[in-house]
Design a protein around this ligand. Structure first.
Ligand SMILES: Nc1nc2c(ncn2[C@@H]2O[C@H](COP(=O)(O)OP(=O)(O)OP(=O)(O)O)[C@@H](O)[C@H]2O)c(=O)[nH]1
Ligand SMILES: C[S@@+](CC[C@H](N)C(=O)[O-])C[C@H]1O[C@@H](n2cnc3c(N)ncnc32)[C@H](O)[C@@H]1O
Ligand code: SF4
Ligand code: SF4
Length: 337
């Protein structure tokens, strides 16, 4: 866990002594899919007038970089549906090697083929692509409208552009639990990493989370009977714990907020597309950086960021008990995952 004593003088440190070095930016709440665990079928999206402009996002990101953020991830909604996202990527990419160690992106992959080379040219070296099934019908069912072939084409294009690709798969009881081992096998064949994710109770969706929750402790025990998995001390700066499939290049990551809490090591905050800086995925504490910027410029942004550090909760209170209300009303697509 990062602590105040590890922190450089300009590093952002929260009231629990955790250095904030990772900024996740949701560039849009919109998406071209409607994954069942993420959104309800009928979602209302923000009007475009509510969004930060590209220039505002870039200026706010610069303030975080000046104060010790070393990793930025663009996310959403689906980041590649925002028309000017590549301009933003190029702009932020200029910090790589100086202020930033890494600029990266999490995408559903649908539009990836059109953007893969430009992402690589902007300095992105690896991306995460969400893929919950390799069966076209099931993929369409989970995403409500997705075309698997486009995602697979996007992954191939990313690899051809030299990007390392990690697959994100949300483990869903009764929806894709029988595909987890085959997915890991496929990732080994394709030279991809795989991260499994426990479903988190954010926003009201159209089914009870308890019906879909799959503890990754059980999944890991099963995978260990099928693959030679060796503990791997790799850290990406994100929440996953890693294993390597022995004799291969593939890493298996587990993101287990319910069964293996990782909040002690939290190093991240989230900027939404309307300029709210959320201090935790599972809580409502936030400051409004859009208003701060529009009323007081970057000095007011700096002050607001400082104030936000005092709001960061120690940990989430997620519950996937039957009938439990979601931890917060906003959907994952709004907070940016
Ligand atoms: N509870 C919780 N979940 C998180 C956090 N950060 C990321 N996740 C979840 O982890 C999943 C994968 O996130 P990604 O966008 O791939 O980011 P990452 O795990 O930081 O990625 P890497 O840089 O590859 O480690 C998503 O479902 C996120 O919501 C976090 O701080 N808390
Ligand atoms: C919100 S999406 C945004 C980026 C992009 N649209 C995508 O799907 O990769 C980011 C990540 O959050 C995951 N996610 C969404 N809702 C979730 C939930 N309720 N619990 C756990 N992970 C979730 C997705 O699977 C995806 O990997
Ligand atoms: S997980 Fe990503 S692709 Fe799926 S609905 Fe949410 S934002 Fe869209
Ligand atoms: S749930 Fe909140 S405190 Fe825990 S790791 Fe995620 S953002 Fe950090």
């Amino acid at each position: 866990m990062a602590s105040i004593s590890d922190a450089r003088p300009d590093t952002l440190v929260d009231r629990h002594g955790r250095a904030i070095t990772y900024l996740r930016i949701s560039v849009t709440d919109r998406c071209d899919l409607r994954c069942r665990y993420c959104m309800s079928e009928k979602m209302a999206f923000l009007p475009r007038s509510a969004l930060l402009t590209l220039e505002e996002i870039a200026l706010i990101a610069d303030r975080f970089i000046a104060r010790g953020v070393r990793k930025i991830r663009l996310t959403g909604g689906e980041p590649l549906v925002r028309r000017d996202v590549m301009d933003l990527t190029r702009r932020l990419g200029r910090h790589i090697g100086t202020g930033l160690d890494e600029l990266t992106l999490t995408t559903n992959g649908v539009r990836l083929a059109d953007h893969a080379e430009a992402l690589a040219d902007a300095g992105v070296r690896r991306i995460n692509v969400s893929l919950d099934s390799l069966d076209a019908d099931r993929f369409r069912h989970i995403t409500r409208q997705g075309d698997l072939s486009k995602v697979l084409g996007g992954i191939r294009a990313a690899q051809a552009a030299g990007l390392a690709v990690k697959i994100n798969m949300v483990a869903l009881k009764g929806l894709n639990d029988d595909e987890i081992a085959p997915m890991l096998g496929w990732c080994v064949e394709q030279g991809l990493d795989l991260t499994l994710i426990e479903t988190m109770p954010l926003g009201v969706v159209d089914e009870d989370r308890a019906d879909r929750f799959l503890p990754l402790t059980d999944v890991l025990a099963d995978l260990k009977t099928r693959f030679a998995l060796v503990g791997d001390g790799h850290r990406s700066g994100g929440p996953a714990r890693y294993w390597r499939v022995e004799g291969t290049d593939t890493r298996l990551g587990l993101i287990s907020p319910l069964t293996a809490n990782f909040c002690d090591g939290c190093n991240r905050v989230r900027l939404t597309t309307e300029g709210k800086l959320y201090m935790c995925l599972g809580h409502d504490d936030q400051v409004d950086l859009k208003t701060a910027f529009r009323e007081g410029g970057l000095a007011a942004v700096d002050t607001a960021i400082g104030e936000a550090l005092a709001l960061k909760p120690a940990r989430h209170d997620f519950s996937v008990a039957r009938g439990a209300a979601p931890a917060v009303g906003r959907h994952m697509s709004v907070t940016g995952g």
